[in-house]
Ligand binder design. Structure first.
Ligand SMILES: *[C@@H]1O[C@H](CO)[C@@H](O)[C@H](O)[C@H]1NC(C)=O
Length: 329
C-alpha cells in the first residue's frame, strides 16, 4: 500500500518533470531559431557594409593585367535595343572593345555613332577606353556574324545578340570559365541533338530545344547568341569551313550558330561548357517561336553531319555555376 502510493507520486513528479523539460526544449528551439535568423540577417547586412559582396569580389577573380574580351554584337534595325545593350555592357569591367556587325543597306548614321560613343564613354568605369567599331557588310548574310576580324586586340569574343542582357558579374564569371578552357565554347544557351531511332537504316538526328535540355539535363551545343569563344574560330569559320556550309546558311537564313558549334566540336573533340546565368530578354521573341523551327534546325544538323562525314557534337551534363551564389552543396 505504502510503496504503491510512493511510486504513484514519483511517477507524477517524473511526468511533471518531463513536461517541463519538453516545454523548455521548445522554448530553446524557438530561441535558437530566432538567433539563427538574426545571425543570417546580420551577416547579409554586414557583407554589404564591409564590401564582402559579389561586386567587390569580382575583380579578384581576374588577377593581373590580363586582356579582356571583345563584344561581338549582331544587330538589325533595332536601334533602341542596340543603345540599351551597349549602354549596359559598357559598364562591365572586363570589356575591351565592341564590334557591331552591321548588314543593313544603309551605313550607321552619324548621330547613332555619336550617341553610342557618348554612352560608352560615360558608362565605362575606371578610366578605361572601350573601342567601338562597326563592321559594315555589303551583303546581308548570317555568315557576317562570324567574319574574321583582323585587328582584334583580345583573344576571345563574347558573341551576343542585341536583345539579351546579362548582369556584368555573370558575364565576368563566364569569362573566367572560358579562361580555364580557352578552346571551348562557353555559353548561356544550351541545346542538344537527339539520335532518331525510328529510322533504322540511316543515322538521323533531331534538334532539341530548351525543354529537351531541361528534361535530360544534357546538351551538346551552346548557341552563339550568348557565348564566349576564341577568335581563331572566326578565322576557321570564314576561311577553313567548307564553303558549301556557308552557302547553305546564306540561302536558308538560319543555323549559323549550329555551324559554329559543329566547327568547334570538330576541332576540339570535346563538348562546350554551359554557364548558369540569369537572362534578361529586352526585345520581342525571336525566330525560335516561329512554326517549323525544330524541323528546320534538325535539317541543318543532318546536313552538317553529311558535310563532316560524322557527328562531331558530344553530349555532356556539366554546368558551370558561380559558387558564391550557391548556399547548399
Ligand atoms: C574536322 O577536323 C579535322 C581535324 O582537325 C580536319 O582535318 C577537318 O578538315 C575538319 N572538318 C571540317 C569539315 O572542317
Amino acid at each position: 500500500m505504502r510503496t504503491s502510493f510512493f511510486s504513484r507520486r514519483t511517477a507524477l513528479r517524473v511526468r511533471q518533470a518531463v513536461i517541463s523539460a519538453v516545454g523548455s526544449a521548445k522554448i530553446k528551439l524557438v530561441l535558437c531559431g530566432c538567433l539563427a535568423i538574426t545571425l543570417i540577417v546580420f551577416v547579409s547586412r554586414a557583407s554589404s557594409f564591409t564590401g564582402w559582396n559579389e561586386q567587390a569580389e569580382s575583380p579578384n577573380l581576374l588577377p593581373g593585367p590580363s586582356k579582356g574580351y571583345t563584344i561581338l554584337m549582331n544587330t538589325w534595325k533595332r536601334y533602341d535595343l542596340l543603345k540599351q545593350s551597349i549602354s549596359h555592357y559598357a559598364e562591365c569591367s572586363g570589356l575591351d572593345s565592341i564590334h557591331i556587325v552591321w548588314s543593313e543597306p544603309d551605313p550607321p548614321s552619324d548621330s547613332l555613332i555619336k550617341y553610342l560613343n557618348h554612352i560608352i564613354l560615360s558608362n565605362s568605369r575606371g578610366g578605361r577606353q572601350v573601342q567601338l567599331k562597326f563592321d559594315i557588310n555589303k551583303v546581308d548574310s548570317l555568315n557576317n556574324r562570324f567574319k574574321e576580324i583582323k585587328d582584334l586586340e583580345t583573344d576571345v569574343v563574347f558573341s551576343i545578340d542585341d536583345d539579351i542582357i546579362f548582369p556584368c558579374s555573370t558575364v565576368e564569371f563566364a569569362f573566367t570559365v572560358w579562361r580555364s578552357a580557352p578552346d571551348a565554347m562557353v555559353g548561356f544557351v544550351p541545346r542538344l541533338h537527339w539520335t532518331d531511332k525510328s529510322k533504322r537504316n540511316a543515322e538521323n538526328f533531331i534538334y532539341g530545344g530548351w525543354w529537351s535540355v531541361w528534361w535530360t539535363g544534357t546538351y551538346s551545343m551552346v548557341l552563339s547568341k550568348a557565348a564566349f569563344f576564341h577568335k581563331k574560330y572566326l578565322t576557321m569559320y570564314t576561311n577553313e569551313m567548307p564553303a558549301s556550309i556557308r552557302e547553305f546558311i546564306t540561302k536558308n537564313r538560319n543555323c549559323e550558330d549550329i555551324a559554329m558549334s559543329f566547327l568547334v566540336a570538330n576541332a576540339t573533340n570535346a563538348p562546350p561548357i554551359w554557364v548558369k546565368g540569369k537572362i534578361y530578354e529586352i526585345g520581342a521573341t525571336g525566330i525560335s517561336s516561329l512554326g517549323g523551327h525544330i524541323e528546320k534546325r534538325s535539317h541543318c544538323v543532318n546536313r552538317f553531319v553529311a558535310e563532316y562525314g560524322r557527328m562531331p557534337l558530344t553530349l555532356t551534363s556539366m554546368k558551370a555555376v558561380d559558387s558564391r551564389n550557391v548556399w547548399f552543396w
